[in-house]
Design a protein around this ligand. Structure first.
Ligand code: GDP
Ligand code: MN
Length: 375
């Protein structure tokens, strides 16, 4: 999961990275008040998951509280790459003499973390890789030995960083590795890492990608960046759900099966409204939650439930469906293909309850679905 800048900064602060003072503002009035308290120049920053907020007009300097209020009004409600800005941070502005780039991520081919440093900061690293690849320096870190200061020093020598800046940037690098390991991150990135005319060093931006299966208790994620409200509620229930824009709700178990179901449904002429994987060994409860989720999408005109029972038991899935159907207001046809473990028992439960359309294969199911959405 990609964190918002302020969530990333919170984690960065726990390892002692130098972050200019910041506060969250949900309204233009709050932006004004915070600016008054901070005194001096501030930066008004849109909190969205998309990168390149600066270029999109989501990051502006304000010299006075009034100016901060006016800018906040403009930026709140703006859309950046399809994401609405609902929240800002107001942060103390720093003077920029130099902008560097520093990041740590996993190098899967070498089975270890890699630290990347570039003297061309403030620009996206993909861009730098194209225009000035010679400015990019890397070092690989042994997960057993950790990140040695001499490795950081070598990188900075190679990058020809002035000696007056060395020790503070070196500290930043070691702290960044601390954050990377402490939070099991996939990526930590500071772009730009700013050096002021007085050689002070500040992490002005924070990018943090966490492992969804290992979210830290230290990071209260009251909002999941860039997620659709349905997706958020699915993730809370441990269900993998991705909203698409078709007419057919899809529920299956196992990502591979669900993806092929999407393909077959599309092939037969309907359009999937979502990806939903209830996972292995799904319970009746989970099935019920899944159906509720899919049906809460107003675009859905039919639902295809495609279950291959291995660990997942057909009778439990069927029970879940029957219970869910009782408690939900089902206004669309439910096509069910149930095969594998306890298949007969599952079918019997569905037949007894009634109101489901059983099919024998994925193709047959997809054809039925196409008939319904066409009619
Ligand atoms: P991004 O565009 O989403 O990567 O957002 P950043 O937080 O990296 O900000 C974009 C750019 O705004 C930076 O590269 C800086 O040039 C500028 N900027 C951000 N904070 C400050 C600041 O405190 N002072 C000054 N002078 N410029 C800033
Ligand atoms: Mn940035």
């Amino acid at each position: 999961m990609k964190l918002l800048e302020y969530q990333g900064k919170r984690l960065f602060e726990t390892v002692g990275l130098p972050i200019p003072k910041w506060q969250i503002a949900d309204s233009s009035e709050a932006a004004k008040k915070i600016t008054q308290e901070m005194r001096g120049v501030v930066v008004v920053k849109a909190q969205v998951a998309a990168g390149g907020r600066g270029k999109a007009g989501g990051i502006k300097l304000a010299k006075t509280p009034q100016e901060a209020e006016d800018l906040a009004k403009k930026i709140l409600g703006m859309e950046i790459q399809g994401e609405k800005v609902r929240r800002l941070i107001i942060t103390q502005a720093v003077d920029i003499a130099q902008e560097y780039y520093v990041a740590i991520t996993l190098d899967r081919s070498r089975h270890r973390p890699v630290i990347i440093f570039s003297t061309a900061g403030g620009v996206e690293i993909e861009e730098v890789a194209k225009t000035s690849p010679q400015s990019i320096h890397k070092a690989w870190i042994s997960p057993l030995e950790g990140f040695h200061a001499y490795q950081a020093r070598q990188l900075l020598f190679d990058a020809k960083v002035p000696s007056a800046q060395m020790s503070s940037i070196l500290k930043v690098m070691l702290a960044l590795y601390d954050a990377f390991t402490r939070y099991c991150a996939h990526l930590v990135e500071i772009n730009p890492l700013v050096v002021t005319p007085k050689n002070e060093v500040w992490a002005v931006d924070a990018k943090f990608i966490l492992d969804d299966d290992d979210l830290p208790a230290e990071a209260p994620l009251e909002e999941e960046a860039g997620l659709d409200p349905l997706e958020r509620s699915a993730h809370k229930a441990g269900i993998q759900y991705v909203k698409l824009h078709g007419d057919t709700g899809i529920i299956g178990n196992g990502a591979g099966l669900v993806m092929s179901t999407l393909d077959v449904v599309q092939l037969k002429g309907a359009k999937p409204a979502n990806f939903l994987d209830i996972g292995g060994g799904a319970s009746a409860e989970q099935m019920s939650k899944a159906l509720e989720l899919v049906l809460s999408d107003p675009e859905v005109r039919a639902v295809f439930i495609n279950i291959f029972g291995g660990i997942t038991r057909g009778d439990l899935v069927a029970q879940g469906l029957v219970e869910a159907k009782k408690s939900l207001n089902v206004r669309v046809p439910l096509v069910v293909r149930l095969t594998g473990t306890n298949e007969m028992e599952g079918r019997r439960i569905l037949d007894q309850s009634g109101g489901f359309i059983p099919v024998r294969s994925m193709e047959e199911g997809a054809e039925k679905i196409a008939e319904f959405v066409r009619s």
